[in-house]
Design a binder for this molecule. Structure first.
Ligand SMILES: *Cc1c(COP(=O)(O)O)cnc(C)c1O
Length: 359
């Protein structure tokens, strides 16, 4: 048995992969694979409509929002957001809570002249945390407010949707579908697919329809929200396989009890691991409780000289991809929806034994 803690591309639900494998050569009795047929074929189009509807059901997406399946993953949206929603002379607000926020900011700076960066990370009593919203220096008139609710690399989460005047744009790449959210509080939600949805390269965009009108003519056409909404995400050939696989993941999620069931599972997994870290003198995580991620749990061995051995022994037990991001070092356990509770249990069991052995 192997448990894959990769931050992304990440593990997919085994039942989904088995179904995909079983129907790979002959999809819906057509004698060809889903990758080998026209995206305009009514059977394929019907599949995309079901996928969209399932996502709408799962997230309770209101009718005044469009759902787009786009190219270019999460980072493609860093530029798409700036190009579609803000003219070159606009002001935009960006909350900076970590590495992904920072990447988004640097991309926006290419297209928008006034990118107001809100540096809100602070450290109090040795614990990293996000400053209270009263301390954020928001602009008077921002075209939008961008933030990343779950910083995948840093393990920092902003659990409450910021209450700001401008339309809220959220990079949900590593937490979409992991818990119920109120879509109506957002202008745009986007996510690269490879953490909680499906294969990399695909991006899901959920956009309030009135914002489709703000788009600039200079936007590259495949990244143009208005065009993609009008063309039902088929302005050019979409990534047909990724879209199909995402649809299968949505069906699986519904059968598992939806985002409510996932939220419960994700709390149980992450709590188990944080408890193990907090109760030990061997491991540590120096992020304040209020900003801890439920998806990506970074932790350090206090004796970093044991890092390599930890990773080696974990791997021998089938606990894979625990090495922290190259920017931060240490360890990181990513536990998206597809990670069963038993995976968190196996990790904690190993960590406890490893700590006892090396005390
Ligand atoms: C993984 C990730 C991205 C980047 O996704 P790509 O598909 O590689 O462009 C962006 N934002 C967040 C929060 C991520 O976790």
């Amino acid at each position: 048995m192997v448990y894959n803690f990769s931050a992304g591309p990440a593990m997919l639900p085994a039942p989904v992969l088995k179904k995909v494998q079983a129907e790979l050569l002959d999809w819906q009795g057509l004698g060809v694979s889903v990758m080998e047929m026209s995206h305009r074929d009514p059977i394929y189009v019907q599949m995309t409509e079901t996928a969209e509807q399932d996502l709408r059901d799962l997230m309770a997406i209101p009718d005044n929002y469009a759902v787009l399946f786009m190219h270019g993953g999460g980072r493609g949206q860093f530029s798409a957001v700036a190009q579609n929603l803000a003219g070159p002379t606009a002001t935009v607000d960006y909350l900076n809570t970590g590495i992904w926020s920072d990447f988004a900011i640097r991309e926006a700076q290419k297209y928008v002249s006034h990118v107001n960066v809100l540096d809100v990370m602070t450290e109090i009593d040795g614990l990293k945390q996000v400053k209270a919203p009263e301390q954020w220096a928001l602009s008077e008139q921002a075209a939008y407010f961008h933030y990343c609710p779950n910083e995948t690399v840093d393990g920092i989460a902003v659990h409450e949707v910021p209450n700001v005047r401008a339309p809220v744009v959220a990079d949900m790449s590593s937490m979409i579908l992991s818990e119920p959210i109120d879509v109506s509080k957002f202008g745009v939600i986007y996510a690269g697919a490879q953490k909680n949805i499906g294969p990399s390269g695909l991006a899901v965009v959920i956009i309030r329809k009135d914002l489709l009108e703000t788009q600039q003519n200079s936007v590259c056409t495949i990244m143009n929200y208005k065009v993609q909404a009008a063309e039902k995400s088929m302005y050019n050939t979409p990534n047909t396989f990724a879209w199909y696989l995402a649809g299968e993941v949505f069906k699986w999620l519904k059968a598992e009890g939806g985002v409510e069931a996932m939220a419960d599972l994700n709390i149980r997994k992450s709590s188990l691991l944080y408890e193990c870290v907090d109760n030990s003198t061997f491991y540590e995580n120096r992020i304040h409780l209020k900003n801890r991620s439920k998806m990506n749990v970074p932790f350090q061995l206090k004796n970093a000289a044991l890092d390599e051995q930890f990773l080696h022994e974990a791997e021998q037990e089938g606990l894979l991809a625990l090495k922290g991001h190259r920017f931060v070092g240490g360890m990181r356990a990513s536990m998206y929806n597809a990670m069963p509770y038993e995976g968190a249990e196996a990790l904690v069991d190993f960590m406890t034994r490893f700590a006892n052995k090396h005390k």
